[in-house]
Design a protein around this ligand. Sequence first.
Ligand code: CMC
Length: 488
Amino acid sequence: MSVQSEMATLHYGDGKEAKLPILVGSEGERAVDIATLRRDTGYVTIDEGYVNTGSCKSAITYLDGEKGILRYRGYPIEELAAKSRFVEVAYLLMYGELPTPKQLNAFSGLLNNSSLIHEDMKQFFGGFPNHTHPMAILTTMVASLSAFYPVPDELKDEEESQIIANLVSQVRTIAAFSYKMSIGEPMIYPSYRLRFVENFLNMMFSSPVQDYQQDPDIVKAIDTFLILHADHEQNCSTSAVRITGSSQANVYAVISAGISALWGRLHGGANQGAISMLDEIQSSGDDGRVFIENTKNKKARLMGFGHRVYKTFDPRAKIMKELCHKLLAKPGMHDPMFDIAMRLEEAALSDEYFLSRNLYPNVDFYSGLILKAANIPFNMFTVLFAIGRTPGWLAHWREMRHSPDARIARPRQIYVGPPMRTYLPMDKRGANRQSERSKSGRLIARPDPAVIQADPTVVRPKRFTDSIRAERLVPMPPAEDGSGPHIA
Ligand code: CMC
């Protein structure tokens, strides 16, 4: 990174001016450094959804969304997917270089030795109700690891390496155990005889009465899936990891935060969303045209399409599609959903709505088809994403821990609530509440529409959008005539 002699000039207020340095990244990306902005001018910036905001400097992943480029530590994703294994890529992300045979051997050995979880943790799995989403189990169990593997405040290098190995390896073990628990089968332990992906598939699909037959094409497909998901610079879950880690919370809590952020259907949950969508199209007999119209009318989203940073093809989607072609061409593996997906892609990419908004397939458009072909159960799709992303999250956590610039994340806001007002005693509250306005005429105490429901106590989810609101489960305020529930 270099600091340019060129400065950006901000004109503000009544003819005032501030000079702001320009930073240039190693691939020529330019940024206005606003570190001194508030101190020098009293202004902050606002950027909802962080569309223009760089949150850190990082040497892990480079992404050019206009050109469809993705590189880990300088290596093109296409080459890593074709030539490396996931464990090598995990090492690369973490430590900056592709491992030598000796380093890879040592890292693989550490992963193997760290793959068991404490026996006492096994009983936790039984405490979850049937049909618990495995992402809920994963996030809880990963946070619980801190109780069994306490993290010292000051980490030595070997302790850090051990924690990294624990998480990369144990997330996979927890994922497989949660699946076994959900189908009422005994948990299958990891084996030192198997490589990372084979081990996972064996823990998922073998049982005391039946061995699992590994298919090298499935193993390669899952390995590639994990590589393609291993890092993606400052996405929602990685930012959650960095923000949580910036408080110096223990690393298990930090990764658990990443898993929680990943779960949402606009992020890692989109791989489930894409398959649900294809399923819906298939069972309705639609050839995709009705669905496309619905997305244009904002009645639905084309899941697996669009991206905050890619304004052309997501390079990972191209590799996934290629993989689908290979895998689903095998005898007995054809999946009509792949045909639907390709028709949808073709229809969308010749439609003005998608073209004008630069909406192209992202990694999740085809990834679910790969997982489906490998018999991964539908509600485990996002868990597979989490297994793949764990090395990336850890690499960012590690980079931040060792960075001299790291500070606790604490953004500013623009307050838009009521200005200071007089406290209202209980007997004066409620009158004209909905129409209360500030001096400027702005509505200042508008009740949340989500709480205006027939149900007396809580708002219950009905649709996806409702479920976002209902996370707040707001108790109903007492009715103005005094009837209804009372808040003590
Ligand atoms: N289908 C239909 N319209 C879309 C879609 C879509 N998938 N994505 C964006 N749009 C429209 C959106 O309605 C808006 O239209 P308008 O200009 O008329 O208001 C415009 O495109 C810009 O969309 P946005 O929501 O402002 O874009 P964003 O950058 O905030 O959101 C996104 C990015 C990925 C959340 C969004 O494209 C999306 O919801 N895609 C579907 C979910 C998905 O596939 N997520 C996986 C992302 S890749 C895996 C990962 O790394 O998480």
